[in-house]
Design a binder for this molecule. Structure first.
Ligand code: K1U
Ligand code: ZN
Length: 171
C-alpha cells in the first residue's frame, strides 16, 4: 500500500525514533509499504518517520538502472565513517523540489537488523553512503536542511509552509 509522505514542517519529522525490539508482521508490512511508497515517489530512500511512524527503520535502493536492490535496515548504526568527505546535491521526499549540496563522509560502515531478525554489517560508498546517512538523520529527527545556514533553511521552510497551504486549499 502506498502511504502518504509527511511534508516539512511537521513535528513528527523532528523527533528521535524508538528502536524496534522484534520483527513482527506489522514491521514487515510497514517495510513493504515503505518500499512501495519509495519506488512510487520516486526516491532512493525512505525513513519510517516520513510516514509518521516513529520507529528506527529505513528502506533504500540506489540502483538507478538495472535490477532493483531493495534494502530494509532496522535499528541501523554507523560504526565507521571515513575521514574523506563527499559533496552530493541532496533532495528529500519530505521537502519536495528543494536541493542543496551537503558534505558527508564518503564511506560509512553500517550495522543493522534485517527483516529475518539477523544482524548485518556492510560498507557503503557513493550514493548508497550518502543515502544511508540521510536516512539515519531522519531517524534522529534531522533533515538535510539542518546542515544549511539559518537563512537558507528558513527560506526552504517558508516555501514548504506555502506549498502545504496551497495543497490544503486544493491548488
Ligand atoms: O529520505 C528521503 O527523503 C529520500 C531521498 C533520499 C536521498 C536523496 C538524495 C541524496 C540522499 C538521500 C530521495 O530519494 S529524494 C529523490 C531522489 O534523490 C531521486 C529520485 C529519483 C531518482 C533518483 C533519485
Ligand atoms: Zn529525506
Amino acid at each position: 500500500m502506498i502511504r502518504e509522505i509527511l511534508i516539512h514542517p511537521d513535528p513528527r519529522l523532528k523527533k528521535p525514533c524508538e528502536p524496534i525490539a522484534k520483527v513482527t508482521p506489522d514491521i514487515t508490512a510497514l517495510a513493504v509499504d515503505m518500499l512501495e511508497t519509495m519506488y512510487d515517489a520516486p526516491g532512493v530512500g525512505l525513513a519510517a518517520p516520513q510516514l509518521g511512524v516513529l520507529k528506527r527503520l529505513f528502506v533504500m535502493d540506489c540502483i538507478k538502472e538495472g535490477l532493483p536492490e531493495p534494502m530494509v535496515l532496522i535499528n541501523p548504526k554507523i560504526v565507521f565513517s571515513s575521514e574523506d568527505m563527499n559533496v552530493y546535491e541532496e533532495g528529500c521526499l519530505s521537502i519536495p523540489d528543494q536541493y542543496a549540496e551537503i558534505t558527508r563522509p564518503r564511506e560509512v560502515t553500517v550495522q543493522w537488523m534485517g527483516l529475518d531478525g539477523a544482524q548485518y554489517e556492510r560498507q557503503f560508498s557513493g550514493l548508497w553512503a550518502t543515502c544511508a546517512q540521510h536516512e539515519i538523520d531522519h531517524l534522529n529527527g534531522r533533515l538535510f536542511i539542518d546542515n544549511l545556514g539559518p537563512l537558507k533553511r528558513q527560506m526552504i521552510t517558508r516555501k514548504m509552509e506555502k506549498l502545504k497551504r496551497e495543497w490544503a486549499r486544493g491548488l
